[in-house]
Write a protein that binds this ligand. Structure first.
Ligand SMILES: Cc1ncc(C[n+]2csc(CCOP(=O)(O)OP(=O)(O)O)c2C)c(N)n1
Ligand code: SF4
Length: 476
């Protein structure tokens, strides 16, 4: 289904609706002015974006993503939905938005440090996937907010804080032409570079922004509009001289123009339907159809668990199993893996939160439960355990006792018990068994269910179930 909105290029006098009437800050100060310096290109570009949103009637559907950089406070100015993304991550945030809310109009507004330096991977991949969003790329040839360091788009010879004698292509590389780079990709539908200097160029800029938004309305996919903009403050020029510098120095290198436009031939992207069907949801959650999601354990509060060992010991898998079992039990869960720099043999740990309330953060800094599968893990995390918590120690590999006196320590030979069953690799299942014996947050039957769906071979399922039982029944 495609939708057509007639776009005009009329000029809005004064404030477009998509810009707030007052810019109220948290502090209650600075209600009337933006924080942009006089002559800054951001103000101009944002007014044009706001005009387009208002005149196309998209205000209620638009989500504006403000980046890190001088435009970070756009959420104070843009009377639209607003999300503030970490540095460089706006296209990734936008991807989530357009997929979760296909009817929204998503604008990823980014500076050149943001888009072409820290966020290079995000922009290339979002463009390559052809996400249905519009990217407004403000190329002012410098890192504005942090005081004028060199950006990937800084001109050769341009003096910046980090290139005081001027950018040298031999050591700092050449200015990156992002519009040209993006245009080489298969998926983007429309890529244009505009300058925002004189009246003629401002009109072109206005038109390009509208076109990008229109293509998004029509679900035609990814559009990229690079705007050459001024930063008088860091260029150490007057606003007038800055405009001249864009015209004389930037435009000959960053040539304005349309670099790709396949909008006339490209088919609209299919509109993903929201998956609210219960059967579908059960499939996503890995639940058997028709099975009730009911908690088998009593109230558990929030259990924060850290499982640590060396790579290959199955610490991460054990955490994923606990989390899956909790989820199948209708609890809230998170699982956050952390890998050491090495591969097999290196350290690995995961954080699991299982709770009967919504979980605020998946990070576990003060675990109630620590499962230490090897000595370095006990050494690293013992002090982090919350007072009154419990530490489960793999006594097969850990040759010391827990030093803390304000926590409970449980010792069990995870590795030996697993080896006794003929499968040393099931030490993590033994650890789960020990956990279940001392922590009543997860029902043992739920773990069996997870094991049954995790292994294809019947023998592997049975050995792992026996390993869980061995840990559960172990008495020191
Ligand atoms: C992860 C991270 N790295 C670095 C910074 C510091 N930082 C803030 S703004 C900025 C540069 C922004 O420059 P640009 O994207 O060109 O935007 P402008 O300020 O010129 O509009 C940097 C490096 C940060 N906030 N977060
Ligand atoms: S430092 Fe540059 S980019 Fe930032 S607000 Fe001032 S003129 Fe604009």
């Amino acid at each position: 289904m495609s939708e057509t909105i007639t776009t005009t290029t009329t000029v809005t006098k004064g404030r477009p609706e998509a810009i707030y009437e007052t810019f109220e800050r948290k502090s209650g100060k600075d209600k009337l002015t933006t924080h942009y310096c006089p002559g800054c290109g951001h103000g101009r570009a944002q007014k044009l974006v706001a005009e387009a949103i208002s005149e196309m009637g998209l205000g209620d559907r638009t989500i504006f993503i403000s980046p890190v950089g001088c435009s970070v406070f756009s959420y104070y100015y843009m009377n639209t939905g607003n999300v503030q993304a970490p540095h460089g991550r706006a296209p990734a945030v936008g991807t989530g938005l357009v997929r979760a809310r296909p009817d929204s109009i998503v604008i990823s507004y980014q500076g050149d440090g943001d888009l072409a330096a820290i966020g290079t991977a995000e922009i290339i991949h979002a463009a390559n996937r052809g996400e249905n969003m519009t990217v407004i790329f403000i190329n002012n040839a410098i890192y504005g907010m942090t005081g004028g360091q060199m950006a990937p788009t800084t001109m050769v010879g341009q003096r910046t804080l980090t290139t005081p004698s001027g950018r040298n292509a031999a050591t700092e590389g050449h200015p990156m032409r992002m519009a040209e780079l993006i245009a080489t990709l298969e998926a983007p539908v429309y890529v244009e570079r505009v300058s925002c200097t004189d009246v003629k160029n401002i009109h072109k800029c206005r038109k390009a922004i509208r076109k990008g938004l229109q293509l998004q309305v029509e679900r035609k996919g990814f559009s990229f509009i690079e705007i050459l903009a001024t930063c008088p403050t860091n260029w150490k020029k007057t606003p007038q001289d800055s405009i001249k510098w864009v015209q004389d120095v930037m435009e000959p290198y960053f040539k304005p123009g349309v670099y790709k436009d396949i909008s006339a031939t490209v088919q609209p992207l299919p509109r993903p339907e929201p998956k609210t069907d219960r059967k579908e949801l059960e499939k996503i959650l890995g639940l058997q159809s028709g099975k009730t999601v009911a908690k088998t354990t009593g109230k558990i509060g929030e259990r924060r668990i850290k499982i640590a060992g060396f790579g290959g010991q199955g610490a991460l898998t054990a955490g994923a199993m606990l989390a899956t079992a909790g989820m199948n039990d209708g609890l809230q869960v998170t699982w956050l893996p952390s890998y050491g720099p090495e591969m097999r043999g290196g350290t690995a740990n995961c954080s699991v939160v299982i709770s009967d309330k919504r979980i605020g953060s998946p990070l576990v800094t003060q675990p109630n439960v620590l499962i230490a599968m090897n000595r370095p893990s006990l050494d690293a995390f013992e002090q982090e355990v919350a007072p009154g918590g419990i530490i489960m120690v793999n006594s097969s590999l850990i040759d010391r006792k827990v030093a803390r006196t304000d926590v409970k320590a449980v010792y069990a030979p995870f590795t030996e018990l697993a080896a006794g069953l003929g499968l040393k690799a099931a030490a993590n299942a033994v650890a789960i068994g020990v956990f279940l014996a001392h922590e009543k947050s997860i029902d043992r039957e739920r773990i069996y269910e997870v094991l049954r769906t995790s292994f294809k071979k019947k023998e592997a399922v049975e050995t792992n179930i026996r390993a869980v039982d061995a840990g559960y029944e172990y008495k020191a």
